[in-house]
Design a protein around this ligand. Structure first.
Ligand code: HEM
Length: 402
């Protein structure tokens, strides 16, 4: 999910003393390593500070009373805060109790066949060409289509959703005020669309996420405003994150024929490959927080009200947590990465994301065993979430299945 506005506006790229072409570039792990071994908190005059020390990250993400994720950390289109991300404990736990049962591994497994069908339909559209833009032809439509199915919304609204999500998550804006205005407008638009879907479920109950929210409204556990807010966060959190993960994965794999061969020969390693690539590529490298009181973090003073980008990615390459952390190894015994965050706000959709990523990798390698980037092409990554908006791949043409 897009959780760090400063990163999106580019501030941290130029202002934290590491020069240009940093956090999001191809050799980003070298920067994460430098940040990991530097001061626990690095202040930045024009944007959020950065917390990169794995021990501090661990300690403070477990103490939301000291470091909050409320809208003061980053404005994401809702003044009251997106539910549950921007709600601090104790209120937060009530929402997670309601929402966790909707995203369990068995519930996600029920969507698996439909996701596989979606992936194969997409592959059918380009496989006989021998090339594709992985970003627009697979990585964007798969999570969007899955999201519509999960919420019980018509797939025909896919294009609208893509526009809304882009305005909410990555508004094209002149400055921060303009970005906030675009986001507010997009938020209102989303509320109207979801409101219609919720109203329909009152008359015609369904077993999807929106149907479940309506039942909670009817039992008095949720207000309509809360339901809309929850839908908004799922859109913000569940689309670009999976898109970016697919793009990061294929950007890496396209340059590693040995890993491609391994996945083709041993499809049973696909789940582990997903975890290892989440660790190494960390598509959502930071989360946004705000200090609630003055603190001294491993010797670094931080004032109340300081906005902070918490670097999850530095923990993923910490040698005290991972043996040979710079090696991408799909056979690692244990891969306890922080790509889905840490503490009370750890990702609600991790099982959904894992299923989408595993199914997409599995179907791709079943049908396209060998692929590469065009000669001379170097992927570029967007700020904040590591999306690659254009990712051309080349391969031997194959046969359509559909
Ligand atoms: C690979 C894909 C994904 C990644 C890397 C990812 C990453 C994250 C991270 C790092 C957080 C913590 C945010 C924070 O602490 O500030 C988070 C929270 C969250 N994610 Fe994901 N996410 C992914 C997919 C999804 C999907 C598919 C959904 C769909 C429901 C989703 C829904 C959420 C929600 C609702 C939260 C807030 C949870 C809370 O505050 O209790 N995420 N995610």
């Amino acid at each position: 999910m897009r959780t760090d506005e400063s990163a999106a506006s580019g501030d941290t790229r130029s202002d934290h003393g590491y020069g240009d072409a940093l956090i999001w570039d191809d050799d980003v792990q070298q920067l994460w390593e430098r940040l990991r071994t530097g001061p626990a908190v690095r202040h930045n005059a024009d944007g959020p500070s950065i917390m990169a020390s794995p021990t501090a990250v661990d300690e403070y993400l477990h103490q939301p009373e000291l470091m909050s994720s409320n809208p003061g950390a980053v404005f994401l289109g809702s003044e009251t805060g997106l539910i549950p991300l921007q709600i601090d404990p104790p209120g937060h736990v009530r929402y997670r109790r309601m929402l966790d049962p909707l995203f369990t591994p068995p519930k996600m497994a029920r969507l698996e066949a439909e996701v596989a069908a979606l992936v194969n339909r997409r592959i059918d559209e380009f496989i006989d060409r021998g090339n594709c833009d992985l970003a627009s032809e697979l990585a964007v439509p798969i999570p969007c289509g899955t999201f519509l199915r999960l919420l019980g919304l018509p797939i025909g609204r896919l294009d609208e959703f893509i526009v809304m999500k882009d305005e909410l998550i990555r508004p094209v804006a002149r400055d921060a005020d303009d970005a906030a205005a675009i986001r507010s407008r997009a938020g209102a638009w989303v509320f109207e669309l979801f409101g219609e879907a919720l109203d329909q479920r009152v008359a015609h109950p369904t077993d999807d996420v929106i149907g479940h929210l309506v039942r909670l409204e009817q039992s008095g556990e949720l207000t309509r405003e809360e339901s809309l807010n929850i839908c908004l966060l799922q859109l913000t959190a569940g689309l670009d994150t999976v898109t970016a993960s697919l793009e990061c994965f294929f950007s890496y794999l396209a340059r590693s024929p040995a890993h491609q061969r391994q996945l083709v020969a041993h499809p049973e390693l696909t789940s582990k490959a997903v975890e290892e690539l989440l660790r190494w590529m960390c598509p959502v490298p930071t989360v946004a927080r705000i200090f609630t009181s003055d603190a001294v973090v491993e010797g670094c003073p931080v004032s109340a009200g300081t906005q902070i980008s918490v670097l999850l990615a530095s923990t993923n390459i910490d040698p005290s947590r991972f043996e040979n952390p710079t090696e991408v190894d799909f056979t690692r015994e244990s891969i306890k990465h922080l790509a889905f965050g840490l503490g009370v706000h750890r990702c609600l959709g991790s099982h959904l994301a894992r299923m989408e990523l595993r199914v997409t990798l599995a179907e791709w390698h079943r049908r396209i065993p060998s692929y590469r980037l065009p000669e001379g092409f170097l992927p570029t990554y967007s700020p904040a979430i590591r999306e690659i908006t254009y990712l051309p791949l080349e391969f031997e043409p194959g046969a359509r299945e559909g």
